[in-house]
Design a protein around this ligand. Sequence first.
Ligand SMILES: NC(=O)c1ccc[n+]([C@@H]2O[C@H](COP(=O)([O-])OP(=O)(O)OC[C@H]3O[C@@H](n4cnc5c(N)ncnc54)[C@H](O)[C@@H]3O)[C@@H](O)[C@H]2O)c1
Length: 363
Amino acid sequence: MSTETLTVQLAERSYPIHFSVSATKLKAVVAKLRAANQSVRVISDARVLNAHPNYLAQAGFRDSEILSLPSGETTKSIEYFSQALSFLASQAANRDCALFAFGGGVIGDLAGYVAASYLRGIDFYQIPTTLLSMVDSSVGGKTGINLPEGKNLVGAFWQPKAVYIDAALLQTLPPREFAAGMAEVIKYGMLADIELFKHLEALDGLDPASEELPGVIRRCCEIKAQIVADDEKETAASGGRALLNLGHTFAHAIENVAGYGEYLHGEAVAIGLELATQLSVQLDQIPAGDIPRVRRLIKQFKLPVQLTSELKVVDLMAAMQRDKKNRNGRLRFVSMSELGTAITSEGIESEVVETIWKDAGAE
Ligand SMILES: NC(=O)c1ccc[n+]([C@@H]2O[C@H](COP(=O)([O-])OP(=O)(O)OC[C@H]3O[C@@H](n4cnc5c(N)ncnc54)[C@H](O)[C@@H]3O)[C@@H](O)[C@H]2O)c1
């Protein structure tokens, strides 16, 4: 296997993640698809296209093949889902159409669901442009949109045919968005790889120009690819794909109660990672000394470890009860049996969780 490529092993749905991609390399991919009589379309967002005005043209895409949607979480909606389907249908795109997502997790999730739905499924390719989407959302085939009632309530598992990672695209990413992506990177160290965690500890921060960044992105993709290969549809009774949700039960509650937009997803995840560490200590799974260690690392990457707005414990607990990952009405958490190894834990007393919320600054 080339060091520039990693395969997500899913039998007939296996696919490569290509690293060190550039617009020039993509041009060869697009030309090959055209030569095989496949048409191509791209869904992107206005901010990404502004930041990289020539990238898609250099990669061989024509203007008429690109749908530009507004930037932001509200684009992951029925309205834009419908607009994207009409974009394909109005151009009479057929089953041979290959749909590319050029953007962050919002565009990837939306375009993936469009690809899963249009003509009962067309080929889908990811060109992630945020750190979060490079290390997380572009890999694994979870696609979907939000409803007014909640996030990611509608969707499908639809694996891409390939993922093309060009870390140079991150040069234009706002620092706050880059930091948010680092929360997911730290998460991988905590859930599956203590060596990655130590490597991050030893770094004096990371930025889009850091020479260590491509290696870190690749390691995260390796971890995600392995977990997805073992439990594609998150059906394992314990462990499995659910482990990728370390910190997320807390994070989703924060996002839900604060209202989407107040905290970036990665910021809520950073707080959630700190709280999951506290939970693991409360459950006697890891030593208390791990709390300051995790906290230090999160702060090192300019992320919050405490709530930064006034949220009520009662609301946060109610949001957790609604979490779609709960089973049989019982709170389900991902905790750590040791730093670098995550496990799923059920049947946790709500008093334990309430105390953790209060320590994090909730009222
Ligand atoms: N499918 C999955 O497995 C999975 C996993 C994690 C998160 N998600 C989803 O991902 C979404 C969040 O993704 P995100 O954090 O990438 O957010 P995003 O897609 O909204 O991108 C963040 C912001 O950065 C801008 N941007 C993107 N790339 C840029 C670039 N290179 N230069 C300048 N600006 C750029 C975007 O326009 C946007 O304003 C959420 O909807 C979440 O539910 C999905």
